[in-house]
Design a protein around this ligand. Structure first.
Ligand SMILES: Cc1cc2nc3c(=O)[nH]c(=O)nc-3n(C[C@H](O)[C@H](O)[C@H](O)COP(=O)(O)OP(=O)(O)OC[C@H]3O[C@@H](n4cnc5c(N)ncnc54)[C@H](O)[C@@H]3O)c2cc1C
Length: 392
């Protein structure tokens, strides 16, 4: 264990061979170019709509970099490799938007398998799922907006509740904390209600069920404080995954189109302030709130370590976890792990077709602004140089 230094690229990329490092450099050079990402997104959408196979182009590039593999078993090697560096994996069966009963049922069975798998593997501390994988999205949206539903829709929302309960019950039985991802604001009100009802049922002794708070939303800090009050009243523990939020543009466009107030903070600084304030509040109430700090922001990752130190919380206290997405910010994950913190990689897996929306988000997120080299690319190049100098 050592001091925390996010600039240590030797630690960050120790798990990558020279060949893998070069491949990552090539990839980030490509997705750093705005035009390539835009063209790639266009062709991916066209290919999807006409069922044209694009796996040959995606698999050896973005898929391999940002996705663990097609199946849980295919990810074993990565999980094992991470474990050598004290980094744990959170396996995310990456499907969104349940469109048919068959797809929803298949996703349910697979997610149950991830919980079982976490139970048998000490290197997987959490299970996770996306609510939209378990409900027709049109129905979930109606529930979120409290719109009137017909009998079929009511039956669908009841099935959704049942599916969520099946997952949380399994997680509780096997003692594996389970996180429920946050998606669009349109669904979230309803998801919040369902998640709280699960917390009431399963979080009496410890936080098993976790909600996700997107701190780019203006209402989330107050939501957190209310959640804490409710938890005190109901004598339960709460688990929270904190993120900034991944759907800002889409939320803003929708608010404008439908004529309601933009739910997102007016600027990045306000989101950053809310995120860090939420971490502070949670650390100050750590007896009730378990924190999963999901961010690629170095300041926010470091801030939690400082809050922990100020409040006398051990680095490896199981009430404070850190996480970055597979394929991004290894300098944060691996250096946190090296310094003794609970560091995890959120590792999506699944067939190419299912993970394309996720991959499009990752490439857009890594497109550079005004031609600057992205942080990922800078770090990879720094490590490449370090290795070359060491050999000469
Ligand atoms: C482990 C993990 C799990 C995740 N799970 C989810 C999830 O369940 N749901 C989800 O929505 N996202 C999820 N994300 C993605 C996350 O919400 C962010 O999109 C991503 O991590 C980038 O934010 P950041 O904290 O890393 O830092 P930064 O790169 O510092 O922040 C970028 C974020 O700041 C916000 N932002 C940027 N510009 C503005 C602006 N002008 N005004 C207001 N806000 C702005 C946006 O949220 C943007 O994504 C997850 C991320 C991780 C690492």
């Amino acid at each position: 264990m050592g001091n925390l230094d996010f600039n240590n690229t030797k630690v960050a990329f120790a798990w990558k061979t020279d060949k893998q490092l070069n491949k990552a450099v090539f990839l980030f050079r490509m997705i750093g170019k705005n035009s390539i990402v835009k063209v790639g997104k266009f062709f991916t959408n066209v290919a999807l709509s006409i069922h044209f196979p694009i796996g040959w182009a995606v698999r050896p590039t973005v898929y391999q970099h940002f996705v663990g593999g097609e199946t849980l078993e295919a990810c074993d090697e990565i999980i094992h490799k991470f474990a050598k560096y004290n980094v744990k994996a959170v396996m995310d069966f990456s499907v969104e938007g349940g469109e048919t009963a068959e797809k929803i049922d298949a996703a349910l069975q697979e997610t149950l398998r991830t919980i079982q798998n976490a139970h048998t593997n000490n290197n997987i501390p959490y299970a996770v799922f996306k609510p939209t994988a378990f409900c027709l999205t049109s129905v979930l949206k109606k529930a979120g907006r409290k719109q009137e539903m017909n009998a079929d829709e009511v039956a669908e929302i009841e099935r959704f509740n049942q599916r969520v309960e099946t997952l949380c019950q399994k997680a509780y039985d096997l003692n594996i904390p389970i996180m429920i991802d946050a998606e669009d604001v349109a669904y979230q009100n309803y998801v919040d209600e369902v998640v709280y009802s699960m917390m009431l049922k399963f979080n009496k002794q410890r936080a098993i069920v976790y909600n996700t708070l997107q701190m780019y939303r203006r209402d989330r800090l107050d939501f957190l404080k209310k959640l804490h009050e409710d938890a005190l009243r109901d004598e339960i523990f709460i688990g929270v995954k904190f993120v900034r939020g991944a759907y800002m543009e889409r939320e803003r466009e929708l608010a404008l189109k439908l004529g309601y107030d933009d739910p997102i903070h007016p600027n990045k600084q306000a989101t950053d302030d809310a995120f860090n304030a939420a971490l502070k509040f949670s650390v100050e109430h750590i007896d009730r709130i378990t924190i999963f700090n999901a961010t690629h922001n170095e300041t926010s990752a470091k801030y939690l370590t400082q809050l922990m130190a100020q409040n006398g919380i051990e680095k490896n206290d199981l009430r404070c976890y850190f996480s970055q997405l597979y394929g991004m910010s290894d300098h944060i994950t691996f250096n946190l792990a090296k310094a003794g913190y609970n560091a995890t990689k959120y590792t999506p897996y699944g067939p190419i077709k299912h993970v394309l929306p996720y991959l499009i988000r990752r490439t857009e997120e890594n497109t550079s602004v005004a031609g600057q080299t992205s942080r990922e690319l800078q770090l990879l190049l720094k490590e490449k140089l370090r290795r070359t100098e060491n050999k000469s």
